[in-house]
Design a protein around this ligand. Sequence first.
Ligand SMILES: Cc1cc2nc3c(=O)[nH]c(=O)nc-3n(C[C@H](O)[C@H](O)[C@H](O)COP(=O)(O)OP(=O)(O)OC[C@H]3O[C@@H](n4cnc5c(N)ncnc54)[C@H](O)[C@@H]3O)c2cc1C
Ligand SMILES: NC(=O)c1ccc[n+]([C@@H]2O[C@H](COP(=O)([O-])OP(=O)(O)OC[C@H]3O[C@@H](n4cnc5c(N)ncnc54)[C@H](O)[C@@H]3O)[C@@H](O)[C@H]2O)c1
Length: 468
Amino acid sequence: MAAQHYDAVVIGSGQGGTPLARELAGSGRKTALIEREHVGGTCINEGCTPTKTMVASAKTAYVDRRSGEFGVRNGLVGVDLAAVRRRKQSIVDSFRDGNQNRLEETRNLDLIFGEASFTGPKTLMVRTDGGSLELDADTIFINAGARPANPPIDGLDAVPALNSTSIMELDELPEHLLVLGGSYVGIEFAQMFRRFGSGVTVVQRSGQLMGREDADVAEKVAEILREDGIEVLLNTQTRLVEQDSGGRVHLRVDTPEGERALEGTHLLVAAGRPPNTEKLSLDAAGIETDRRGFIKVNGRLETNVEGVYALGDIKGGPAFTHISYDDFRVIRANLLDGGDATIADRLVPYTMFIDPQLGRIGLSEREARDRDLEFYVAKIPMTYVARAIEMGETRGFMKAIVDAENGQILGCAVLGVEGGEIMAMIQIAMMGKIPYTTLRDGVFSHPTLAESLNTLFSNVGQRQGAAV
Ligand SMILES: Cc1cc2nc3c(=O)[nH]c(=O)nc-3n(C[C@H](O)[C@H](O)[C@H](O)COP(=O)(O)OP(=O)(O)OC[C@H]3O[C@@H](n4cnc5c(N)ncnc54)[C@H](O)[C@@H]3O)c2cc1C
Ligand SMILES: NC(=O)c1ccc[n+]([C@@H]2O[C@H](COP(=O)([O-])OP(=O)(O)OC[C@H]3O[C@@H](n4cnc5c(N)ncnc54)[C@H](O)[C@@H]3O)[C@@H](O)[C@H]2O)c1
């Protein structure tokens, strides 16, 4: 049977591929979007949406337990995990269905459920439920995402370990959750399940949580988690994983203090996300990957094969929904609007949805130092923020890095209540190239979290960096 021809094919209905497919079709191009599982990809189905829905349930339990501090009498807090899961699923379903309906209503667009693999530079085979299809296209966009890693640890394959997807399908609360990995996924779930009522131990193999962050940020996060009753083990290598006849999971770990045996009822593996490249048969098209399997692209998201692009997590680099969406914008600007956009030097904000949130953008203090810049650090604890005191949410601190030459803000880390929103205010100043003195002296309404920017930028410390 002859291959079906399309002007454009998008593989994967992730955060970049979904809007891209609609725009390509809207521009009159005959387009196919191929998805092997759910419309909306990781973010809607297994990532941002379900986790943040469950984080909201966990926060409610936390606030409820603290109600006495606010002079509010309340009963014993109980968490019905099955009900938490139902709430999560109904929100996921509504987002997924909304996306799918919009795709199905788009003219010139075929939504094909199946798994795509390359058979040549511009030809694809799609395995569907009922058989297979052959397609060829002038332009192909790969937005096939990433999946939870399975680190090579003795015994891990033989135990029923949870990953970031399956942990959200539990109906019963783990008595004790062991978490391998102390970064975004590990920490968000660790705090969530602690708040639901589980005992939790986080095992992080390197010397700090969240390796990309400054040490003071990571140490404060570890302190907050420990204060919440979570055991945090750093510099800890897992040697062996076993399950006993009663179903309990045992880890043999090497800690700086010596060997330890850890025991739990459940094990979550949160040790990174490798790309979904194997099933794509990239070799058949000659598409190059790096040594970890991520597709190599240039600033315009072009692969080494002409007419084949990659966007989102599968190309490596920062793995966030808003980055995948921005990849779509870059491709739209260049291919549909005749522009010359690039992903080089774009600002990469992100928020870790622990409580308090960690909002981050731009350079960390360590990065400023590594680049031999001269800079100031402005830092205040959240206990200086009137609004935070009034809300009873004073954990954490704010920190910003300021260019010593021109007063431009180079980056910030806001570990505090609504840290992601405060970071976004600083981001807007960075986008508008507003010097820190304007925020220091600006009038913000009282008592908001925004007015704390006056205090933060009044606390600019000594000049630091290269020549100092
Ligand atoms: C637990 C968790 C929480 C997260 N929370 C946040 C958050 O709060 N904020 C944030 O910004 N980011 C978060 N992320 C990251 C975010 O989900 C991803 O960066 C985002 O989804 C971008 O993904 P993408 O567009 O690259 O592809 P994805 O969304 O991963 O989509 C890829 C799609 O391709 C499909 N596919 C794969 N291979 C094939 C094939 N061969 N044929 C057809 N289809 C295929 C997959 O089924 C999938 O639907 C989280 C991730 C996880 C795991
Ligand atoms: N709020 C958000 O934006 C959000 C939330 C969740 C996930 N994400 C995205 O998903 C990606 C994946 O998150 P992640 O946390 O799984 O991966 P990650 O790559 O960010 O971190 C993995 C962590 O596991 C540790 N680790 C690796 N192997 C280990 C082992 N054998 N034992 C103990 N520790 C081990 C690493 O040192 C690291 O700290 C993130 O990079 C992020 O971009 C974002």
